[in-house]
Write a protein that binds this ligand. Structure first.
Ligand code: A2P
Length: 175
């Protein structure tokens, strides 16, 4: 995104609006936009459709509190990618940040509900209104990742998990 100028952003978004008008898209979303970039779109002259979602990295170690609040105010849903802390593939992941699913707080809370750290991390996100897109190649883990609607975290637990935020990305988007 660094290489895209304001004019390119505006033209791209206008082209996406045209796709919606042409019936090619139901809704338009963006990805990896920060607040400044979202404001660029929201202030676009003649804006016809607001972005409905912004897909960004989001999980207990990177909770995006300010962006989440801004998006809430503007009715933009945050879709959190890498909600489990990624596959830790060194070719594109910053592995100096510790593995999310080994976190003692997530594991301790999981024990209480008979859930895994992964399920607690996913539940935390959806409970604060963040859509999650966990990835798994394993059928059992895919099923596990759906089993997060039969328990809820207390306000205290939500706060405890929020406090895990390290403000460090796993996905640095260097490529
Ligand atoms: P696998 O495909 O072997 O299940 P993210 O969604 O944050 O990018 O994380 C994806 C990584 O998390 C993959 O390596 C995936 O491995 C693993 N994963 C997915 N679901 C679970 C789970 N429930 N418990 C542990 N690891 C999981």
């Amino acid at each position: 995104q660094g290489i895209y100028s304001y004019a390119v952003f505006i033209r791209l978004f206008s082209a996406m609006e045209a796709c919606k008008d042409a019936g090619l898209a139901k809704s338009i979303g963006v990805s990896n936009f920060n607040r400044r970039q979202l404001e660029m779109i929201l202030n676009k002259p003649g804006l016809k459709y607001k972005p409905v979602s912004n897909q960004v990295e989001c999980h207990p170690y990177f909770t995006q509190p300010k962006l989440l609040e801004f998006c809430r105010q503007h009715d933009i849903v945050i879709v959190g990618y890498s909600p489990l802390g990624t596959s830790r593939d060194e070719t594109w992941v910053n592995v100096s940040s510790p593995p999310l699913l080994k976190d003692p707080v997530l594991n301790a809370i999981g024990k209480k509900y008979n859930k895994t750290a992964a399920q607690v991390a996913l539940r935390f996100s959806i409970q604060r209104g963040v859509v999650v897109i966990p990835k798994s190649f394993n059928p059992q883990r895919i099923r596990e990742n759906f089993q997060i609607f039969d328990f809820s975290l207390t306000e205290k637990e939500m706060k405890e998990i929020e406090a895990l935020n390290k403000n460090v990305r796993y996905v640095e988007l260097l490529m």
